[in-house]
Design a binder for this molecule. Sequence first.
Ligand SMILES: [Zn+2]
Length: 494
Amino acid sequence: MQRQRPSDAGCSRLCVWFAGLALALAMPRPALPQGDSGYLPLRAAFHVHSSFSTGAQSLEEIAALARSRHVDVVILGDPDILSVQYGAPFLRRLLRFGRQERAVLSDYSAAAYLAEIERVNAAFPGVVLVDGMESAPFYYWEVDALAGRWVVHNWNKHLVSVGLGRPEFYRRLPVIDSGNLGVWHWTSLLALWPLLGLAYGWVARRRHPRWVLYPVMGIAVLALVNNFPFTVPLWDAYHGDLGAAPYQRYIDYVRERGGLVFWAHPESRSTLPPVELLGGRVRVTSQTSPHAEDLLNTDRYTGFAALYGDRAVAVEPGGVWDQTLRQYLDGERPRPVWGVGEADYHGEDPARHLRLDDILTVVWARQPTAAAVLEALRAGRCYAVRGADSWLTLDGFTVSTRLGQGETGATVPSAGQVRVHATVGRYDGGAEPVEVRLVRGGQVIERLSGTTPFTVGRVEAALAPGEKTWYRLLVQTPSSRLVSNPIFAVAEAP
Ligand SMILES: [Zn+2]
């Protein structure tokens, strides 16, 4: 999560409005090519923060801005809870220190959030808001009290769940500090330990002096209150690194309820600045390293941020993404992983070139509705693009054989030659030097350069019997970058 909050929201809104107006006047919207497929290429801003959390604008302001910038879909990603807490040993719940920022579940409610999304959707025809929330399912503390060193690890490992649709599904997301992780287990009995203190007080009430009895019983009562209702959390921040397990559990929770779930900014580092307390005697720092390997360590998620405001090496040929696709084709992973463009939008900031329509996911949907957008994302019928005023577009990216033809996300049965076709252009129709890398099975098989609009056409020899592979595109111009999703080609076993 990157954070930028304008110091003067009023001015910022006005600037945004003027900028939006200027853009709308200067840039008539080109007709969207619907193509033979019948799909509409809808431009979606994915992972958008509003004033329900750390974003600068209300949902209504975001919808108005989206309309003026020809952004058809806004996929929200306001955090459920934005909190880091350290609980003192033995009184983890009662005696806590930490930091909390505005977020949907802690400051509003899932029901209020969904109701406002519905209201704004009705008020802004032509813009589709899709419900979503960002979560930090887990973090853990590494404490060296003697050295005054408190380190919170992995707080910036974030997942975005999309399209859960029902307030209770969001309310019960299995994330740390949510109160949703408590279960009764035989070890709950251990949480009854303060009863020993009370028992001692009762047994020793006539024999021991009050100055011993009262503090012991006082501590026992406090601990009893702290431990109530005697559940044991599935995970907490005090048992070190739990690896992929909390994230996998979150992913499975969302998938079982029909939602989509994406790894956000997998190669970002920590965004929390260090804090010094007690005159510098205690230093609290946050550490999250780039964590693209989590794409390999977890499965069943829908996709990940393949393009966002930070470096993204996972999409390079043969990188982590291609490794997941190989695992999928080898039967080691139940479903493929799709790439999306992630805005991680908190508000516009011209000085930092931050705008709603810079990093987009273009979704090929059957209709301009939330359900159709979710269906396309689930199927991998989308691509990621970045480039402010000179976005690249991808048209007619197909793989065809004599047995069939498919677009991104599809699996094409293969026999005989394999034909790869795509047209790359600029959204405004302009001409610009372009470089295209065609990736097959994790390797660049062709590097093409030319000028937009540019057509990629390649005829490949037949796959070997039983061979399974994929084709995808990485496109670059001086001002824009595009990452396509893969198209699979599978030859019949001999
Ligand atoms: Zn984030």
